[in-house]
Design a binder for this molecule. Structure first.
Ligand SMILES: [Mg+2]
Length: 260
């Protein structure tokens, strides 16, 4: 297994000593390698095992914080019992199997329906592009689509949304453009999870632009770990999900050694 750098190891040791630890993790590109069809994505087995080890330790909470709709996150992550699920970038929560997010207002439901109607036929006009419906909006997936075609699909999508509901929140990710009638970010999700769990320290790891919102709300006693390439405010970076899994194993080892 990949070794963890000395600087990161020291930071993990400090984190492992905290009274109540929250380990919050993005899913795609962080626990699971990218695949062409989002429904085929699965966490690396070693990541899954590390999460199970962490769940056995007392005063230690694991949460998955994803841009996926929470149903899709639960399916893809095959999340072990006890993992708190946050979907749609903080617009959906599922704790211990119970949905903990407020239902959409009548106005927001009408906005989602109007957007859905405006996107009827969109995937037919843009071969290879797929539309994922979410409770509060949808995502336009362009993974595997040639650059020019993806660019034109994203421009068309932005134009349609600007006509129908210009106040929609737009999120640009890797090969995905998302529109939501809600404005929650992963930063909001981390604040909520911290309150809900009473965590005294947080590890957050993610690979995409939207994960930066989560990194930005972390405090000095927390740890931000970027997975993969791209600009980040996170002070620590690893290459890919295999290295994230190694970090989680090391954290579990250090935390278990504190006698919890
Ligand atoms: Mg990701």
């Amino acid at each position: 297994m990949t070794a963890v750098s000395p600087a990161l190891d020291a930071a993990l040791a400090k984190l492992a000593d905290s009274e109540h630890l929250l380990i919050a993790l993005d899913f795609d590109g962080t626990l699971a390698p990218f695949v062409d069809r989002p429904e085929d994505a699965r966490a690396l087995p070693e990541a899954q095992r590390a999460v199970e080890k962490l769940l056995e330790i007392s005063h230690t909470t694991v949460a998955y914080v994803s841009g996926r709709a929470v149903d899709s996150l639960q399916l893809a992550s095959e999340s072990p019992d006890g993992v708190l699920l946050v979907g749609s970038h903080g617009a959906e929560y599922r704790f211990d199997g119970v949905d903990a997010h407020p239902p959409l207002s009548a106005e927001d439901s009408a906005r989602v329906a109007a957007l859905a109607e405006a996107f009827l036929g969109f995937a037919d006009e843009h071969p290879g592009v797929s539309i994922e419906r979410k409770p509060a909006g949808f995502a336009v997936h362009t993974r595997g689509v040639e650059t020019d075609a993806a660019f034109s699909a994203e421009n068309d999508a932005r134009r349609i949304v600007a006509d129908v509901y210009p106040d929609a929140t737009v999120r640009d990710g890797k090969n995905v453009l998302e529109f939501s009638v809600l404005s929650a970010t992963k930063g909001d999700a981390i604040r909520h999870l911290r309150d809900y769990t009473g965590a005294t320290a947080v590890l957050y790891s993610g690979d995409d632009v939207t994960d930066e919102d989560a990194f930005r709300v972390l405090a000095e006693s927390d740890l931000a770990l970027k997975s993969g390439d791209g600009p980040t405010v996170a002070p620590y970076r690893v290459e890919a999900p295999a290295e994230v899994a190694a970090v989680l194993h090391r954290l579990a080892e250090l935390r278990a050694a504190t006698g919890r």
